[in-house]
Each structure stands twice: as C-alpha cells, then as structure tokens.
Ligand binder design. Structure first.
Ligand SMILES: NC(=O)C1=CN([C@@H]2O[C@H](COP(=O)(O)OP(=O)(O)OC[C@H]3O[C@@H](n4cnc5c(N)ncnc54)[C@H](O)[C@@H]3O)[C@@H](O)[C@H]2O)[C@@H](O)CC1
Ligand SMILES: Nc1ncnc2c1ncn2[C@@H]1O[C@H](COP(=O)(O)OP(=O)(O)O)[C@@H](O)[C@H]1O
Ligand SMILES: [K+]
Length: 499
C-alpha cells in the first residue's frame, strides 16, 4: 500500500476520472457508502449521529453518508456548516440526492451536542489550507470539547495530509476512516495521535491509476514474500559472517545484545570486536560468539586492525562504543577500509558526524540507523524539524550521501540511496527502553547479510524486531516490563508466523 501526499491523492482521483472512465460523483458515492457501511458495523446500537458537512468533497462524502445512515433508519442530524454557495460539483450533486430522498438539512443548535452520541466530522479533508477560518475554527473546538464519540471522514478536519505542518488546529478523532490510502501525517509523531484508531477503506479507485509515490507501507505479506528461506544445503559460511564492533568498559551490554540478536536472527558466524577486558564477562553467557581484539586505551576502542574485516559479509559498528573522540578513527577505518555492507548505529553515528565526506565517497553499501535525535544531529536540524519532515529530510540525506537510512520511531521510515521509502509500523511503546536499538542493530546485521535487496533486508529486520515486541506482549510481558533481551529470546514467535 502506498503512502500518499495530498497532491498524489488528487492525481489518483483525477486519473481515475480522466483515464479510467470513472465519474467523480460515483467515486464520491463509493467513498460515502464504504464509510457508512463501516460506521454501521462499528456503531451498531442506538447511536444518534450528528453529521457535520463542509464545503468541499469531504463534505460531499458527508452528504452520501448522511443519506445512507438515514436510509438504514438511523437517527441523523445533518448540518451543512457552510453557506449554500460553497457547495459545488459532486458535493452539490449528492446534496440534491439527499434532499430528493426527502431528508432535511438541520441547523445546528446547542442541544445537538447533548442529544446525539456520535459526531461524524465530514468538514474538511485533504484540501485544508492554512489556519482554520470561521466557522471551522469554532466547530473544531466544539467537537473536541463535546462528549460525543468522534468519527472523522478521511482525515480529522484541520489536520494536514502532508508532513511539514507547524501550527494547526484539528479534530481529535476517536476513529478516522481513511479514504483509499494513508496520508503522510498518519506517520508523524505530532499528528498521528489526531487520527485516533483508524482504518483504511478501499473506495474502489483503480489501482492502475495510483500514482507512483515512491513510499509504501511494509506488510506482513511483503515479509512473507521476501524473507529468504534457509536452503537445506546451508552451512555456516552461507548464512552470513558478521562482525559487531563496540562495547567499551562502561557499556558491554549493548554489544552483547547486538551480537546475541544477530546470532538468534540467524547469522552463520558472529564475531565481536571489543576491548579484551570485557570478553571474560561475555563469553560464558554467549558461547556461540567469537571475539577479536581491538586497540584500546583506558577501556576505549581506539583502533581496529583492518585485517579483521576480511571475509566478513557484514559489519555493524557503534553499539556501546562510547563517544570518546579517540574512537572516531574506528569509524574512519571502516568507511575507507571496507567494501561490504556496513551498518553504523548509536555512538558510531556520533563519530560519523565529522566524517561525512568519507561517507559520501564510500563505494560499499552503508546503512545508518538513527533515532530522531541522532538524525537531527547528522543533518544539522532541530529535533522538531526532523519530526515534522522525516520523509523529505531522510530522502535528501540518503540521496546526498548515498546511504540507506533507517529513521527509527513508532513509524520507522526506511529510505534507499535512490530515495525510495518504506514505512514499517510494527512495535509498541514497550520498545522505548535503552537497548531496543542495539537489538535492532543485531537483527539488521543478520538480515542485511541474508537478503540481496537492502530495502527488503531493512524492512524485514524492522518487522522482526517490532512484531516480536507485539507478540511478547500478547503472550507474557506488558509494555511496562518488556525489556530488549525479551525480544532476542522470542524472535521465534515471529519466525513461526512466517513459516
Ligand atoms: N481520491 C480522492 O481524492 C477522493 C477524495 N474524496 C474526498 O474529498 C476530500 C478532498 O476534497 P477537497 O479537495 O474538496 O477538499 P476539502 O473537502 O478538504 O475541502 C477544501 C475546501 O475547504 C475550504 N478550506 C480549506 N482550508 C480551509 C481553512 N483553513 N479554513 C476554512 N476553510 C478551508 C476551502 O473552501 C477548500 O476549497 C478528501 O479528503 C476525501 O474526503 C472522496 O470523495 C473521493 C475520492
Ligand atoms: N514508542 C515506540 N513505539 C514503537 N517502537 C518504538 C517506540 N520507541 C522506540 N521504538 C523502537 O525501539 C528502537 C529504539 O532504538 P534506539 O532509540 O536506538 O534505542 P537504544 O539506543 O536505547 O537502544 C527502535 O527500533 C524504535 O523504532
Ligand atoms: K474530515
């Protein structure tokens, strides 16, 4: 499924009409009917609906919806919130059908907020532009202050469809019925909450007319299709020889988690390059792991011998490495001394900031896995700006430096060096604990050694991580007490769903 910007949604609509013989008012009938049917499924009791209808096509959907709910014998108070002259085109067509069906449009009274139980917000859709003008500003406030269940059509009124919006006033929906395809704002930290629960409803726009947005949502089906099976003839050398570099005196745990996750995710041979002093504490609990030394000073990794990189199918650097400036040379050696797939995370990203020109010149495939704060630092932006524009900032960074980017968060955005994007939304708030990222790094090290397509490797790895968190919470833990090592121990829950 594609993630769309408003402009792309309009293009889809336009193409359906101009090139695929669809009529605008039929598309509107389909949209309103599909949503009405879902409303009837979700609210099957004695609800009393207050439908607020705006002046654009979102309002047009509202006329259809109000008619169908009335046809089904529901109690409906339908309010056109703008003057008659604002209703045009397909919306006017459906307003006429509504009226010819013998149904009336009511005027809004204070009692409507008390005697109804559900407000259906069909005021503004993806065409919203700038700060809300009367009467929408006041109505949005009233909707939000009311005790009615709040249902939004396509998008909560006032909320922009696209990333980038700074100041907006919007309906805080309990449920949003999204028309045809998710909009970018569904995946941004500052806007996703306005949607409440949400469903994407297929209103029958021809798939062939859909625009190539270059951004899609990763699905369980995509994972099943693309996750490589282990051939019966596999041996340890064919399943990936990985190297994890990190873990100073003060943060051995990060290295342990990444290495263990890589092993559990299915790597053939995993080696850790770390300060020798911590090896005795790790080795007994992780007998599958091999070790190689590094140059250290005061417990800080200050250099690696490029020889240890030979024969490796993938290298991950940064977990628990620390930010001592003397470790920067390690990242530099990797950028210049490796040809294979290289993943840079955590403190590795910190050091990378001063090495961006080497990153640009690197020929091998590089993966960066920043969270929002690390991304902000990498691209010299405020955190708030990255939060507002994660799609475009990721795309420009990935293209400029020729890297794959995994911008982590509740909706992780994966971007290829060519600018293609995937949104991966598995996981839950239980992952907001130190160490979740280290586990992800280990998993991604393995998937990137086992998939030929880097996009699939990263999307599938993020899925493996997030879906495991979901399954662990269904079975044993809660979002409060789940810890990153639970993920490592329960990867089999997710693998089993992929068989
Ligand atoms: N593929 C599609 O694009 C489809 C879209 N449909 C519906 O059509 C909607 C988009 O329709 P429109 O383009 O007419 O957009 P809207 O329904 O959002 O209406 C835009 C109109 O609202 C007013 N407006 C915009 N910003 C405002 C502000 N800040 N304050 C006050 N008034 C403001 C303006 O008069 C503008 O023309 C979608 O959200 C969806 O509900 C469906 O009917 C069918 C298919
Ligand atoms: N609220 C959340 N909902 C879903 N996933 C989350 C949430 N918080 C964190 N995550 C996931 O957990 C991981 C955290 O990574 P990171 O911030 O690097 O953690 P750390 O460095 O502490 O190990 C990422 O994969 C991120 O997508
Ligand atoms: K709406």
């Amino acid at each position: 499924m594609q993630v769309v910007r408003a402009e792309e949604m309009y293009e889809w609509d336009r193409k359906a009409i101009e090139a695929y013989g669809r009529e605008g008012h039929i598309l509107m009938e389909n949209a309103g009917r599909t949503i009405a049917e879902q409303v009837l499924r979700d609210f099957s009791g004695e609800e009393k609906f207050l439908v607020l209808i705006g002046g654009g096509n979102n309002g047009g959907d509202g006329f259809v919806l109000a008619r169908i709910l009335r046809d089904k014998g529901k109690s409906v108070t339908a309010i056109q919130v703008v003057p008659d002259e604002k209703i045009k085109g397909d919306a006017q067509y459906h307003k006429e059908i509504y009226e010819q069906s013998g149904y009336v449009l009511d005027s809004l009274s204070e009692e409507d907020w008390d005697r109804n139980t559900v407000v259906i917000d069909a005021m503004l859709g993806i065409g919203v532009d700038g700060p809300l003008r009367p009467p929408f500003d006041e109505l949005v406030e009233k909707v939000n202050a009311s005790y009615l269940a709040k249902v939004s059509v396509d998008i909560p009124s006032g909320l922009p469809a696209d990333e980038g919006a700074e100041d907006f006033q919007a309906v805080q929906a309990d449920i949003t019925y999204i028309v045809q395809a998710p909009k970018q704002s569904l995946y941004l930290d500052d806007t996703r909450g306005f949607y409440g629960e949400w469903r994407i409803l297929d209103i029958g726009l021809p798939p062939a007319a859909s625009p190539e947005t270059g951004c899609r949502v990763w699905s369980e089906e995509a994972v099943r299709e693309s996750y490589p099976a282990i051939p019966a003839s596999a041996h340890k050398g064919t399943r990936g020889k990985g190297l994890v570099i990190g873990g100073g005196h003060m943060m051995p745990g990060a290295l342990i988690m990444a290495a263990k996750a890589s092993i559990r995710a299915g790597a053939g041979l995993t080696t850790a390059a770390t300060v020798p002093a911590i090896v005795p504490s790790i080795a007994p609990s992780l007998p599958e792991l091999m070790f190689t030394g590094v140059t250290e000073t005061d417990g800080v990794i200050t250099d690696i011998d490029a020889g240890i990189l030979g024969g490796k199918d993938g290298v991950a650097v940064g977990v628990g490495m620390g930010r001592d400036p003397r470790s920067q040379s390690v990242v530099e050696t990797l950028l210049t001394g490796t040809e294979g797939r290289l993943l840079i995370d955590a403190d590795g990203l910190y050091h990378l900031k001063d090495l961006l020109s080497s990153l640009k010149e690197r020929e091998g495939e590089t993966v960066l896995t920043p969270h929002i704060g690390e991304m902000a630092r990498l691209c010299d932006k405020e955190i708030a700006e990255v939060k507002r524009n994660p799609f475009s900032l990721s795309k420009s960074f990935a293209r400029e430096y020729g890297v794959s980017l995994v911008l982590k968060g509740p909706a992780t955005i994966i971007t290829t060096p060519g600018g293609e994007q995937v949104v991966e939304t598995s996981g839950n708030e239980g992952l907001s604990k130190g160490g979740s990222g280290d586990v992800l790094t280990g998993i991604l090290l393995t998937t990137m050694m086992q998939h030929s397509s880097m996009k699939e490797a990263l999307s599938n790895g993020c899925f493996l991580h997030g879906r495991t968190a979901e399954l662990v919470i269904e079975r044993t833990r809660t979002v409060y007490d789940i810890v990153p090592t639970d993920l490592i121990d329960h990867l089999s829950l997710t693998f089993r769903t992929m068989e």
